[in-house]
Design a binder for this molecule. Structure first.
Ligand code: ADP
Length: 462
């Protein structure tokens, strides 16, 4: 095994490749903006799908009444009800519940999954107390957040393209998931209808905009990543055949699929090659929470192979994909002590290196910082790409006034260094004057209420 000095060139190379200096950020922001234009012109014209939400009525704050929301996107589904009181009273009351989905349902048949959801929803409706009021003669209305790929054809219909995230329900692909849910609710004797089918990013934007008219963009940085924004309807070439009235809508960029001009390393390429979706979701694999720990692990593996940084024998646990997770990187980066005691204990617990040397602890923190910094800076460049595309469409409407970017997701919320690097990149790209007008604000769990608000804004009774 070569001496520890063998790691110096690896570290130097990593620093250089992950630096994401201003010219690289600029290229990424420009590529994001042109990818957006291509995706709006034609489906499949670029990496960005630019999926129309078919939301043509955004929440205004004037909505009143009782509305429900259902969020299906992982191993749990969440149900929520909210009593809206209009401009002054806003949200009078809200209640929610979470139900976990058994494995056999996730691997079962379509009717069983939707019956399971509808019966959970039905039990929740049965607990509706007198703080909530449904006007006589009305059906309850529901906003349905469905975080799987759908071909959305209207505000209240969408065809499932394929299940992801561990769902393997047979015979749903090709069907309208709203019709599936409506049919199941009918089978359960539940008098409710779906008024809005929304992506979680779209729900986040709607939820944030309810409180603040200046919200124009929403970005989720959690396990995965996505972004959506407000778009003038007349500037969507691929929707011209719908002869839409002029106004605003929301476009779901699906920006995780972006890859143009990203500064990637051998570690990113190897992780991608071994992933379940090679060649796909490259932006997501570079900036989102699921992957940052894994990239760092791969760098450490290479260092452990060519040096004795972690001792004379290779630490076995380090060989296991995804053992090192983004929250570990975060905890290590918060360690400001001289001897990096927290780093030591994470290296010991997670990769089985007992009593790592001070050098090994420092190198681990530095590798983490390189990957986090690159991720944060590239996320910032993506946001600037969206803002610049919007500014180009409507001179002065973004940088000539206050504009809010609503942020949500565990990575953004819990990783202070990532957040700081992201904001620094936005400021570097825009310069002080323009960046001072951009407020990047955390909006917590807006997507659930957002879906209920979209049900209200698109109510059949309005
Ligand atoms: P999801 O994206 O799965 O819906 P979240 O928005 O809560 O859920 O994001 C979870 C992700 O946030 C995790 O995969 C992880 O990458 C990141 N995360 C969670 N906790 C922390 C933490 N303490 N520090 C840094 N990142 C974290």
């Amino acid at each position: 095994v070569a001496p520890t000095s063998a790691i110096a060139p690896i570290l130097a190379d990593l620093r250089l490749r992950c630096a994401a200096p201003l010219p690289v950020l600029r290229r990424v922001a420009d590529a994001m903006a042109s990818g957006m234009r291509a995706g709006l012109a034609d489906d499949g014209a670029g990496e960005l799908k630019m999926i129309p939400s078919h939301v043509y009525s955004l929440p205004t704050g004037n909505e009143t009444g009782l509305f429900y929301a259902l969020d299906l996107g992982g191993t749990n589904f969440r149900v929520l009800r909210v009593q809206l009181g209009g401009k002054d009273k806003r949200i009078i009351d809200t209640e929610f519940e979470q139900v976990s989905i058994p494995r056999e349902i996730m691997h079962g048949i379509t009717e069983d999954l939707f019956d399971f959801i509808a019966s959970g929803l039905s039990r929740f409706v049965a607990t509706e107390g007198d703080k909530f009021h449904l006007p006589q003669g009305r059906k309850r209305e529901l906003g349905f957040t469905f975080s799987f790929p759908v071909n959305q054809t209207s505000i209240d219909s969408g065809i499932l393209i394929k299940w992801t995230k561990g769902f393997a329900v047979s015979r749903t692909a090709g069907k309208d998931v709203v019709a599936c849910l409506n049919a199941a609710m009918e089978r359960q004797g539940l008098d409710m209808r779906v008024s809005a089918l929304v992506n979680d990013t779209v729900g986040t934007l709607a939820g944030a905009r309810y409180w603040d008219d200046d919200v124009m963009v929403a970005v989720i940085l959690g396990t995965g990543t996505n972004a959506c924004y407000i778009q003038r309807t007349e500037a969507i070439p691929k929707l011209q055949h719908l002869k839409l009235e002029t106004g605003n809508t929301i476009i779901n960029t699906e920006w995780g699929a972006f890859s143009d001009g990203l500064p990637l390393t051998e570690f990113d390429r190897e992780m991608d090659d071994e992933s379940i979706n090679p060649g796909e979701q490259i932006f997501e694999k570079t900036i989102s929470g699921m992957y940052l720990g894994e990239i760092v692990r791969r760098v450490l593996v290479k260092m452990a192979e060519v040096s004795d940084l972690f001792g004379h024998s290779f630490p076995k646990k380090l060989a296991e994909p995804f053992v090192l997770r983004t929250p570990h990187l975060c905890a290590m980066q918060q360690d400001t002590s001289d001897n990096l005691g927290e780093v030591e204990s994470i290296l010991s617990d997670v990769i089985g290196v007992s009593q790592a040397s001070l050098l090994a602890r420092r190198v681990t923190v530095e590798v983490s910082d390189c990957i986090i910094r690159r991720g944060g800076r590239l996320a910032g460049a993506g946001i600037v790409g969206i803002l610049e595309k919007m500014e180009n469409d409507s001179r002065g409407h973004i940088f000539g006034r206050r504009t809010v970017v609503a942020m949500d997701g565990g990575l953004y919320e819990k990783y202070p260094q990532y957040r700081r690097y992201m904001k620094e990149a936005v400021a570097e790209l825009l310069g002080p004057e323009r960046s001072n007008r951009i407020a990047i604000e955390h909006t917590k769990d807006g997507s659930g209420i957002g879906a209920a608000l979209l049900a209200a804004a698109n109510s059949k009774y309005a």
